[in-house]
Design a protein around this ligand. Structure first.
Ligand code: SAM
Ligand code: SF4
Ligand code: F3S
Length: 429
């Protein structure tokens, strides 16, 4: 039997899929090369924005057709859209099963050990196997570049965000478990490890604990690069900066989602820091790591955002002098408080603000990238398509150059020849 994964959303879903692949391998399933040869399709869903959910429903329609073409084909779904492990015959079924009649079963990711029951018992007479989902040894899809969750869930309840409802309370994995997974990954050829958590800085709910863990991971011999996402400005502090400065194999990059640059909006977002506090962190970070890059996330058009609030966001962007930002128009998520806030911003204004921010981000990044011409960066090659290789430097600068598939997973020195707006082109030296 063969399976096919369709993964949406963030690195957390990709890491989860690697554990599910391992459960399937124990059940004698193999990965399919393509959809046609698959007997089972599993979707890993994201609900961070309405668009993310719409994409899932769009794809479900395609998979519904795929299912009718051969008897015995099945479709399962997990990830952030699922609230209750259930199937079409369950007494109480998840709402998504009503909206997607082609779905056979949906499951909470922490119930993955019971996958064999979902596949064989359509009466839903399941005895869910509880226990630590993280005990499942992952089957890494790219052994050179590995993501390792250090925690799951989130307790921060930012007023716009679905994650605490979708992924539950924050649970930190123990140090030994994380270190042993990192060591195994390196033994199996990992050059880069990314430590994952919705807020890595609150790991184990103890100030300084994450910095200590980061330092321990950095001591693993032969590990060339360590990344971590995401940091939270209310918990990120000097302890992490100090460990980064002391260990060259930790990325020269900080992803510190700001979400906004105006104090009134930050308060309504329940972020628990001010713009000034954020800018102080940036200053402290650059004091110790002047050549490192800083990227961030923003939401534009949050309920009640005025022109003045938005102008403050633009000013904040300029002050922080970010290397790059990911941003999206606010999308109301049912279940979250902000969805019922007054003064929702009309779509045309969201679009206008999105464009203004985009122009600023592109112009700032283009200027920064132009300064990298003739510099040499060490790129970990992630993919090569039609002889164009692509990867990132320690600063997380996206870089492309001519090469072939044998370079995937290798660290390659690349001289920057042609900086483009938000990507760099170079040649291997
Ligand atoms: N834990 C991280 C943090 O604290 O920033 C980010 C997690 S969230 C899954 C990823 C990004 O999605 C956020 O940084 C935010 O910018 C964006 N996001 C979350 N909810 C959103 C919403 N309702 N509308 C638009 N963007 C949203
Ligand atoms: Fe969502 Fe906020 Fe948690 Fe990030 S910290 S996952 S934005 S609730
Ligand atoms: Fe990630 Fe989307 Fe869930 S961003 S945590 S898969 S809502």
């Amino acid at each position: 039997m063969k399976y096919f994964f369709r993964i949406f959303g963030c690195a957390m879903n990709y890491a989860d899929a690697e554990r599910v692949a391992s459960v399937l391998a124990d059940l004698n399933f193999e990965p399919a090369e393509n959809l046609e040869e698959a007997d089972l399709v599993l979707l890993f869903t994201c609900s961070v924005r309405q668009k993310s959910e719409d994409k899932v429903f769009g794809e479900l329609e395609n998979f519904r057709k795929w299912k009718t073409l051969k008897a015995g084909r099945r479709i399962g779904l997990t990830g952030c859209m699922v609230r209750k492990t259930s199937c079409q015959n369950s007494e109480k079924k998840d709402i998504i099963l009503h909206r997607g009649p082609a779905l056979d079963f949906v499951w909470r990711i922490e119930d993955s050990k019971s996958l064999h029951q979902f596949l064989t018992d359509s009466s839903a007479n399941w005895k869910l196997e509880t226990g630590n989902f993280f005990f499942i040894q992952p089957k890494h899809s790219n052994p050179a570049q590995v993501c390792i969750p250090i925690s799951t869930g989130c307790d921060n309840f930012c007023s716009y965000c679905i994650v605490p409802y979708a992924r539950g309370k924050e649970v930190s994995r123990p140090t030994e478990e994380i270190l042993s997974e990192c060591e195994n990954a390196v033994k199996n050829g990992a050059s880069e490890i990314t430590l994952l958590g919705q807020n890595v800085n609150s790991w184990q709910k103890q100030k300084g604990a994450f910095a200590k863990l980061l330092n321990q991971v950095a001591q693993i011999s032969k590990l060339k690069r360590i990344r971590f996402i995401s940091s939270h400005p209310k918990d990120f502090d000097e302890s992490v900066i100090n460990v980064m400065a002391a260990n060259e194999n930790i990325e020269r990059h900080l992803h510190l989602p700001a979400q906004h640059g105006d104090d009134e909006i930050l308060r309504k977002m329940n972020r628990n820091y001010t713009a000034a506090h954020y800018l102080q962190l940036v200053e402290k970070f650059r004091d110790q790591l002047p050549d490192a890059s800083i990227t961030t996330d923003f939401i534009v058009g949050f309920p009640g955002e005025t022109d003045a609030n938005f102008e403050n966001l633009l000013k904040f962007y300029k002050k922080a002098n970010f290397d790059f930002a990911y941003f999206a128009k606010y999308s109301p998520r049912p279940e979250t408080p902000a969805a019922s806030f007054e003064n929702q911003v009309p779509e045309v204004i969201k679009k206008e603000r999105f464009k203004k921010l985009n122009d600023l981000v592109v112009a700032t990044t283009a200027k920064k990238y132009a300064a990298l011409k003739d510099k040499t960066l060490e790129i970990l090659v992630e993919r090569c398509v039609k002889n164009i290789c692509e990867g990132r430097s320690s600063e997380s600068y996206l870089t492309k150059f001519e090469g072939n598939e044998t370079l995937i997973g290798k660290m390659v020195k690349v001289k920057i020849i042609k900086p483009r707006e938000v990507e760099l082109w170079g040649e291997e030296i």
